[in-house]
Design a protein around this ligand. Sequence first.
Ligand code: ARG
Length: 484
Amino acid sequence: MADQSAPQDSPAKAWSGRFSEPVSDLVKRYTASVFFDNRMAAQDIRGSLAHATMLARQGIIGATDLADIERGMAQIAGEIERGEFTWNLDDEDVHLNIEKRLTALVGDAGKRLHTGRSRNDQVATDIRLWLRDAIDTILGLIRDLQLALLDLAEHHANTALPGFTHLQVAQPVTFGHHLMAYFEMTRRDAERFADCRRRVNRLPLGSAALAGTTYPIDREYVAELLGFEEVCFNSLDAVSDRDFAIEFCAAVSLLMTHLSRLSEELILWMSPRVGFIDLADRFCTGSSIMPQKKNPDVPELVRGKTGRVNGSLIALLTLMKGQPLAYNKDNQEDKEPLFDAADTAIDTLRIYADMMGSRLENGAKVFNVRVKPAAMQAALTQGYATATDLADYLVKKGLPFRDAHEAVALAVRAADAKGCDLPQIPLAELQAAMAHVPGAVERLAGDVFEVLTVDGSLASRDHIGGTAPTQVRAAIARARQRLG
Ligand code: ARG
């Protein structure tokens, strides 16, 4: 009998050995999160220490327990830092791995740590601590990028290029003004992250599994120890909702959308067909087959990675939408998209701040975006960039705007036929072109050529938000003041 029941001799066992073992390994792997959530180890230890400190202060555990926990956690933190900690799939996640090691190191005190809490409020706390740090990093990096943008914008406060609508030449703008548009976008991005941080910075711990706990805990004290602004006010909500992570991903998506738009412009401007800028070599790569190529890989990847962070946002939204209260294991799937979105934002900002920045060469500041003002200027002579200025000129002389619009449309037709830009048409020909718009001819005089120049056009848009170089400089000064 004994021999027959030995696993290696039993046909049933051999069968189950073939099936159940691999399946159970698969399930273990499928349900474990330790190999991605162990990046929250520092936050997990910090949260546990605050929890233990509170438990001791409330008399729920003893002072020696706390001392043991602190000693054990210090050792574990060192092991993790030195890469000596063994992460074990059998222990599922970062929380259980650390707790198990703590118990191995300090015995019963380790087993007492989990009093009055659950992994549900523990993980929610860890994510918030982690995300708060990520947001602070992102806010610092947005500032770095903004400082780079301001420097470049200031250098090009006078540099004219065509402004486009529908990708058709519209009106002259300065390159500084154009860059300041991105400054404004990133300013709103920073506001969004700062605002999101307020809602991240609330403490779930104390909610326990879902309903709170029977121990006389002091949640406010834990919040204070961990730097949370307040506690989450409903235990069911605190352990289950991940709206703060979704909100963060939405902010990342918008940030990346802005950088993707700028990337698209850099790519376009760098195309030899446009030739407005050149990017420093270290942000580009060559082709393995076409020796002449210098490809703007970094901006292209920023554009590409924007799709990736949008994916993270949708993943989290979808993760949440069907979940009943309170915690469900679905939520374990929040981490990878969240981490990936944060990593992508951080790497992108770091590289972008550098790409838009400058370096010193022989004591002189050299910008990594090399602007080619002559090419921009040449582009301004095609597409009738000052046509609106001509219409405005006629309006200021008393012609109703719609008539002025019509008169200028005729002038543009004449310029088209002649194959030149508006300022190149002699006054008499301009007048002839708009002859059958009543009141146009007598309002057109020699001074019109002042407004038809690019510089005249730029200088005349002289109000807050306008492209006049004086306004661009004022906007830069305001921005610098705000950044402090
Ligand atoms: N690893 C889990 C997560 O990320 C921790 C919480 C597990 N809680 C539970 N009741 N199984 O969500």
